[in-house]
Design a protein around this ligand. Sequence first.
Ligand SMILES: O=C(O)C[C@H]1C=CC(=O)O1
Length: 96
Amino acid sequence: MLYMVRMEVNLPPDLDPTVRERLVAAEREYSQGLQRSGRIAAIWRVSGQFANYCLFDVADNEELHECVSGLPMFPYISTTVEALSRHPNALGATGS
Ligand SMILES: O=C(O)C[C@H]1C=CC(=O)O1
């Protein structure tokens, strides 16, 4: 199943810089693992915001939750999740 997830990151402004650096590095490693496995099919930064859109390609709601809740920054992230279905007018099998 495909899900478009918008993530807004709200790190505490007084977060220790060393902790912040570790969190950013851990987030990159985890996110790139999900991308390598294909569970994150695409990721975009929202220009001018500490936010992103991630296209997840996972089996079901449970796997999506597992992926998102495993993000090291999860405690600081607000998400909006939309499940995607194939558009009837799409030319390609994936809608792209
Ligand atoms: O920097 C972000 O937008 C937060 C985060 C969520 C996934 C990822 O790769 O980074």
